[in-house]
Design a protein around this ligand. Structure first.
Ligand SMILES: Nc1nc2c(ncn2[C@@H]2O[C@H](COP(=O)(O)OP(=O)(O)OP(=O)(O)O)[C@@H](O)[C@H]2O)c(=O)[nH]1
Ligand SMILES: [Mg+2]
Length: 397
């Protein structure tokens, strides 16, 4: 089926990753981010050869990292065959230019990588247009970088050389392209909101959560459909909606794009309409991967992104998935030397207390653990909304 798109027959590209430890991003956090960046690189088809971290007060405004580290990286890049250097944060146009000049290889940042993966995953006209728009918006301020070699050749000839006018032409083309794509999106949105309107008055449930937590797997399980699920980031880009019936009670369930830390804001913008599904949902099922060491962090990121999309309070069911793969950390085990079972019980108690206003469930979609319980909770919540909305339709169940 799907393959990493950068190279299917060719050798995979080799990459080094670069991140910084700052006053508001601890070493532990940076390491986690870099691991996630490695997963993004892998999803995109690149093999990570080395990770470079530097402790700085804040990223260097001109070069992101400091001179000494840049020199160390330059040597490494020269002595090992490295195709691309990937930086964990968004690089400004000038940072990008300076780093390119220093390392003389392809430079990407986290945003490039996410946009690239989105581009390779987009299937429908809708998501393709959304990603293309986000890519052009990201490219626009960075256009000059492609012409640095011309700048160099120009030497002291003055500002209005051929390179400069080329940039202006490119800017105009890209700006026109952006306008066009925006128009196209408005058209598609119109059609889709009509389609959504046609879906009748069924209660809507949306699966939301960090990327790779198991949303599509749950969708497949509940709706017995075949949505593409795999162990890669952003397996799902296009929202899928299925009609589900639990004990005669029909409702709609949608599987949506996963969220991630530091999601390029251009993407959030252009995916707003995809997320209409979330906005128009009656119930959110927030899925978490309990086997991931940073699932608490993921929970926060998803809630923040959700708050950006939709301000209304919704019935939310929090589903802790991958129960089968849960392994307590050393720290947790030191509190619960009796073992995993106790650590898990404590974890459950903590979260159920913390999320007392929500329904909480612990399941394994893969091993089909506690799925009946999940269906029961879904049924109850859907029924509650249904009864308020259609007090006379109780013949349905
Ligand atoms: N161990 C374990 N793995 C699971 C479970 N549920 C899903 N997975 C695996 O987790 C990976 C991601 O699953 P998906 O369903 O594609 O996740 P998603 O949330 O839809 O991901 P995106 O579409 O990328 O946002 C796949 O390899 C699944 O097989 C589970 O209960 N236990
Ligand atoms: Mg998915």
């Amino acid at each position: 089926m799907e393959k990493g798109h950068i190279s299917i027959d060719k050798q995979p590209e080799t990459a080094i990753l670069v991140g910084v430890i700052t006053s508001n991003q601890t070493e532990e956090m940076t390491k986690e981010y870099i691991d996630e960046l490695e997963f993004l690189a892998e999803t995109s088809g690149a093999v990570t050869k080395h990770k470079f971290l530097q402790r700085v007060d804040k990223p260097h405004p001109k070069t992101y990292i400091r001179k000494g580290k840049m020199e160390e990286i330059r040597k490494y890049v020269q002595n090992n065959e490295i195709d691309v250097a990937i930086f964990d944060d968004e690089l400004s146009p000038s940072q990008l230019r300076n780093i390119e000049a220093a390392l003389e290889i392809k430079i990407l940042d986290r945003n490039n990588l996410i946009l690239d993966i989105f581009a390779s995953r987009a299937r429908t006209a809708h998501s393709k247009t959304q990603v293309e728009l986000a890519q052009y918006q990201y490219l626009l301020p960075r256009l000059t970088n492609m012409w640095t070699h011309l700048d160099r050749m120009k030497g002291g000839i003055g500002m209005r050389g051929p390179g400069e006018s080329q940039i202006e032409t490119d800017r105009r083309i890209v700006t026109q392209k952006i306008t066009l794509l925006k128009k196209k999106l408005i058209e598609i949105d119109k059609q889709q909101s009509v389609q959504r309107g046609n879906r009748g008055q069924l209660v809507r449930v949306a699966l939301v959560g960090y990327t790779n937590v198991g949303k599509s797997t749950i969708m497949n399980l509940i709706s017995k459909s075949e949505v593409f699920a795999e162990n890669k980031l952003f397996a799902t880009l296009d929202t899928t909606v299925r009609k589900v019936v639990i004990e005669n009670l029909p409702f709609l369930m949608s599987d949506t794009v996963g969220f991630i830390r530091k999601l390029p804001h251009q993407l959030v913008e252009s995916f707003k309409s995809t997320l209409d599904e979330v906005r128009e949902a009656d119930i959110l099922v927030h899925v978490l991967d309990i086997s991931h060491p940073n699932f608490e962090d993921h929970y926060k990121v998803v809630n923040e992104t959700l708050a950006e999309i939709d301000k209304t309070e919704k019935t939310t069911i929090v589903v802790f998935n991958k129960l089968d793969a849960y392994n307590p950390s050393q720290a947790e085990l030191s509190y619960h030397p009796e073992g995993k079972k106790y650590a898990l019980a404590a974890l459950k108690d903590t979260w159920m207390a913390k999320l007392s206003q929500h329904q909480c469930l612990f399941i394994s979609a893969q091993e089909k653990e506690n799925i009946d319980e999940f269906k029961k909770v879904l049924y109850d919540e859907v029924k509650a909304i249904f009864e308020v909305r259609y007090p006379y339709h109780n013949f349905l169940y």
